[in-house]
Design a protein around this ligand. Sequence first.
Ligand SMILES: O=C(O)C1=C[C@@H](OP(=O)(O)O)[C@@H](O)[C@H](O)C1
Ligand SMILES: C=C(OP(=O)(O)O)C(=O)O
Length: 429
Amino acid sequence: MELAASNKYINANLDLPGSKSIANRVLPLAAMANGVSTIHNVPDVGEDVQLMLQALSQLGIKIERIRTDVNGCSSYKIYGCGGKLPVADAELFLGNSGTSIRFLSAMLALTPGSYILTGIARMKERPIKDLIFALSQLGCQIDYLENDGFPPIKVGGFVDNAASEVAISGRVSSQYLTGVLMALPLLGRMVQIRIKDELISRPYVDITLQLLELFGVKASEIEENVFQIPVSDGYKAIEYTVEPDASSASYFLAMGAINGDVIVNHLSATSLQGDRNFARILERMGAKVTYNDTSIHVKASDDLKAITVNMEDMPDVAMTIAVLALFADGITTINGIASWKVKETDRLFAIYTELIKLGAEVSYTDDSITIVPPEKINTNISIDTYNDHRMAMCFSLLAVAGIPVVINDYECVGKTFANYFDLFKQIVY
Ligand SMILES: O=C(O)C1=C[C@@H](OP(=O)(O)O)[C@@H](O)[C@H](O)C1
Ligand SMILES: C=C(OP(=O)(O)O)C(=O)O
């Protein structure tokens, strides 16, 4: 897709689609709950969430679309199975959705049925070993069907061994801990989970803990990195509205910082998602930022300036900062991004390669990237997107900064935001 340079001052007031991370927690929790839940603002524009919905209906969960909400979202009724899935044998295709495969692997491993979980070729390169190792401590039976440590896997034949403590690594992905936290309340007894090394992407675990509480299970962190699941009779049904996706918001807030005045509604300093803090990074780069009760507002102010920043808590929107570095005065260093290598693509390689094409001087280590912007950014460059939605969305910012660019295979945005470029064109041109 060719994106012409825009010199327009961007004025936008946006209602964005619901959060993938929240939807992909709430939907399986509602599926396992006792009773019928109603969930609003579920993004139909995101393949990851559609794959989760599809998997749940394959497992026999009744799901009813009851209403169309704004911007490609719907409200659904989820008929919870009270922890007893109607279908005991299924093969689930989960695309390249890390949340779907990690959360469902954990939940299904602790139920009596037999299930295969698989995905696209890249999914088969994304590690899952640390999660499997934790689940096997509870008596879960799990086999790797192709390569050790990676999907596809087969889970089945769970026999509870009454373990009261599980140790898990949080160094590669926080999604493993989230999966275990979501699955354990189904056992109904008290269990402790201990992080045996370090925990990256911590704000995502906070989303999990807050949502578990809404579903009636108050898991607590009894000491740093030790989590306790209480005795419970499972999840209760809820009515809930999914917040807009704060990672998707980053592209529009960044447009405000480059050349505009952008308001994103229904996100605030108290939103569940850690990426709510993205605008605070824009503020450090020189944008004028206001957090209101029900919106985040970013306005261009001074020229953008380079910063050194640790993005371990916000790995997804760290990519947005990497592109903004092109327009910032000085040298940007982003630390805390080791997890980039195991996401939709090797994001370290992808970001490095595409920034170089644009004329930047870029270097990296295992968990950092340093970007020196060129005097003049190369125009009309074809940006490869590596089947990674965020590559397409963050490099689209070039057009907003007045640099014409071509985004190859732009349809990859469908993973979380199929209508991204429709919205982009509406507000940028
Ligand atoms: O739990 C979640 O919803 C997510 C956690 C993060 O992954 P890691 O914990 O693997 O960094 C993030 O990158 C991903 O987009 C969504
Ligand atoms: C890393 C991501 O997704 P996931 O791990 O859920 O596939 C993402 O959306 O940037």
